[in-house]
Design a protein. Sequence first.
Length: 322
Amino acid sequence: MKKPKVFITRQLPKEAEEHIAKYCDYEIWNEEVRANYDDVLEKSSDIDGLLLALISIDENLLNHAPNLKVVSNFSVGYNNFDIDAMKKHGVIGTNTAGSLDNTVADFIVGLLIATGRRIPEFDRYVKAGKWRKEVSIPYGKDITGSSVGIIGMGRIGEKVARRLRLGFDLDVNYYNRSRKPKIEEELGVNYLEFDSLLKESDYVIIMTPLTDETYHLMGEREFGLMKEDAIFINASRGEVVDEKALIKALEKDQILRAGLDVFENEPVDKDNPLLKMDNVIALPHMAPTTKQTRDNMMTIAAKNLVQALTGEEPDNLIPEFK
């Protein structure tokens, strides 16, 4: 029997490639520059499956891929999918749901500590040949004994809360569209309404997905509610924050510091004022980027692809296609 043909836009770990090779004829993009939309379009005329990330799957591409049956996204999110167009063409989509949870939760806790205790800033002083007693710089902010407010208690939010409650014995509050009584009882976290959480928290961590409702969820009004010595952490989606409002809040000392792994526009513009502020840690959207996690995601994506092409329902079929 003829094997289905697939195109893969990233290098795979050995285990994942061997799994695909067992069931599919495949081509892997080997150029140094990552494959883009046009590259996928060029390869799409006779493929049955795609394994990719970030590249848009739209009506135009689907019209050029008459044999396409499945797109396996090498990511948890799938904002790159035009769901209606895919359904129209009989193409299903999969993702790697759950694969990032622990890695991202670890990272968020690390970012909170690094921002609160000003670790990168002190690192720069030492590497510049200075020492703490030689310069006048403010102290860091305690972690233990502080109050943390988590906006969005999904899978990752829950794992962050668990680390902070059990590891640091912090006072953890959360806001979510729906309450989580089981988590409240198990971890001893408290539900607060949105405004109350902002007013009472020493650290505010935003963990919401990007939707029409969460776009610019944090704006001028919201930053104005926070404590003057509060620290804001965002490793979810850049667009949930109105960056102009965040810049203004930091410049006017409405809040103390911010730790950011995401921005409204990525890659972030080199002239973005946030990159010039000593009270901001700016990172390149790296929360999920460990080798172990990336390899695991690729292996999950490969398995999803093969399952779909061999007649099984993929383990990580996106809910809209069920």
